[in-house]
Unconditional design. Sequence first.
Length: 300
Amino acid sequence: MLDQALRKAKWRQRLMMVLIAVVVLIIGGPLAYSGLNQLCGRQTDALYTALTNYHLVAEPNVTVASEMLANNSSFGGNVVTKEYKEIDGYVVPWGTYTSHYSFHDWEMDESFTQTVSNRLDENTDRQQFQNTTLQKVARFYTHTHDLPNEARSLSRLPNHVGEIAVTFSRAVTYAELKQWVPKNVNLTWGYVFNDTKRVALEGDNSGLVENPIGMDLSYDQGPSRQLKDWQTALRGYWGNQTRSAGMKLALKASAKTLQFRGVILTGTTEQLVKVAGAANVAGTSVGVTVARVPYIKPVK
């Protein structure tokens, strides 16, 4: 009798544990699912904010074609970004990037800030190319003396459109910039200061700006139209890192006093050659070039 009572008690205990497990699963399952979704949603929002800040301040003459969720689940997923450059009316693929998020963190695709470096010859210290499409990157310089002037070589490349990065001998305001820009080229982006958060490439003495910070100036988007949003994005992009002198000046500047140390210009190679000899040009670097075709007319 005692053994039978003990067996019944054990069965009741097991049944009770099963019932408790079922109740926990019924109630706790949806709660856990909802909680994971909320956590993932927060991380997704944080990732999108970081991407937006980066696009606004750190991508010279680059346009986002699309930015979409992929492999989305309660545990995480990806944000796939596709970008292009507009070169005087010609659209050129620039890169596809996959950033990641989970319910506890997020991470931007590191390829956003990576380039492929190749030493070409004794006359060209170092060139850089975009990581996925291998398009040439137009670069700015940290100094203004004895710089390469690559735009002069575009005279040997007729019937093309292209982009160039111009480093100025002295920084200029937007008002001065608008007076300086030749009428037959497109002003697309203005370089404000160098991002010193990231360590320069070891052994590089070329004076190249590794991570230029600047502002989209295409379609006459001057500082007066976007400075507040741009400075907010810059704070978000910079995060808690120690603020450099350039960062401090950019945050204090007004639309009238913000200064540009260089610009990205696009146009036909015939017009870009003329910029190489313009006043206040310390040096130039050629970026993407595209052969012209009869059915696409350059913007200028």
